[in-house]
Ligand binder design. Structure first.
Ligand code: ATP
Ligand code: MG
Length: 340
């Protein structure tokens, strides 16, 4: 009977899978991207600055620009109240894991189990000693509930939510540099507006993630203070420094150094704990658009540092997608990972 039903199921034509839109609601801007099924073609994309805190209005504008109809909408949350754990567990199927890990939530997360949403994923099904590496994620319920409410108030329905670094991991896995057999790990630093997220990948699979609360907005503030201009002028100077680049980099010295110190601590911890060297750092997020920032990181971390362009492996639909995505490319890692 099962075989018969399986055959019938295969013969009935299926409706095409709806397209997916990844919506990254950052503190500085909302980035959204619609991927055609299969994922490697951008149908439409949009970026909307967040003026003040009015995410609902910005979300409505995005919905208009991307012509939302029946697409599935995915979004991500980050920061305090979100947590990822990497644990070694005895090998089992994903179904068995889903049933088992929920009994030990208080062991993995410093939150009341009733106050969180959680999920899990098997990263390395054939780890050492009959074990497997598992990623466990938890988010405080109110954070996800607020996100659902925001979508609802904008007249939209959210199909799924995850954590920023997991979305970036999806994107880096599919759209990152090719995996080499070096045995070394690669790090990605997403420099956003309010915070930066450091992630470490082994063979394109995530092994470490941490939020560091230094981002582009702090750089703008420092530029404003040091150069005696207001925040809007400082933001313009940061984006188009012209012959003032030296002064701007100097003004940003303290927050960038704080970021570098935190990265160094995390890389040292990772090497000590996992015995895996990190041999390259990729920068993403709007903050990495500051001219010359990669050489400041490179000099101080003694590591090759590159800007990651997550759209280099995706096509732009010639009819529907605006061509001008290149200058925002580094900001689209999270949205693309959500779409994927
Ligand atoms: N050309 C540029 N040069 C320098 N900085 C830039 C440039 N364009 C954008 N930024 C900075 O990038 C930051 C926004 O980046 P991004 O869109 O990745 O942040 P976000 O996702 O909204 O924030 P978060 O991830 O912290 O929630 C802002 O601080 C902005 O000043
Ligand atoms: Mg961001």
């Amino acid at each position: 009977m099962d075989q018969y039903l399986g055959l019938v199921n295969r013969l009935i034509p299926k409706p095409p899978a709806p397209a997916v839109i990844g919506i990254d609601i950052g503190t500085s801007s909302i980035k959204a991207v619609e991927l055609a099924s299969g994922g490697l073609e951008i149908r439409r994309w949009a970026i909307e600055p967040l003026n003040g805190n009015d995410a609902k209005e910005a979300l409505k504008r995005i919905a208009e620009r991307l012509q939302f109809t029946n697409q599935l909408l995915f979004s991500a949350v980050f920061g305090k109240g979100t947590l990822i754990r990497y644990v070694d567990l005895p090998r089992m199927s994903l179904d068995e894991l889903r049933k088992a890990y929920v009994f030990d939530l208080d062991k993995y997360f410093p939150f009341d189990p009733k106050s969180i949403y959680t999920d899990c994923s098997i990263l390395d099904p054939e780890g050492k000693d009959k074990k497997m590496m598992v990623l466990l994620a938890a988010v405080k319920r109110e954070i996800v509930d607020d996100r659902l409410k925001l979508f609802k108030e904008a007249g939209l329905e959210l199909s799924g939510a995850t954590i920023n670094s997991i979305a970036t991991a999806n994107a880096f896995n599919r759209l990152g540099p090719p995996v080499t057999a070096s045995g070394k790990a690669k790090a990605v630093l997403d420099i956003g507006g309010s915070a930066s997220c450091l992630m470490i990948f082994k063979d394109a699979s995530p092994r470490f993630a941490r939020d560091i609360f230094v981002g582009g907005q702090e750089l703008t503030k420092k530029i404003a203070n040091m150069m005696g201009v207001d925040t809007a002028q400082a933001e313009t100077l940061k984006r188009q420094p012209g012959d003032k680049l030296g002064q701007i980099i100097e003004a940003c010295d303290m927050p960038i150094n704080n970021l570098i110190t935190e990265i160094r601590l995390s890389l040292d911890y990772f090497v000590t704990e996992k015995n895996i060297q990190v041999d390259e750092l990729f920068l993403s997020g709007g903050g990495c658009l500051l001219k010359g920032i990669e050489s400041v990181f490179e000099k101080n971390l003694n590591l090759p540092v590159k800007i990651w362009n997550p759209i280099s492996k995706v096509r732009l639909n010639a009819k529907t997608a605006d061509k001008n995505i290149e200058s925002y490319a580094s900001q689209f890692g999270v949205a693309l990972g959500l779409g994927l």
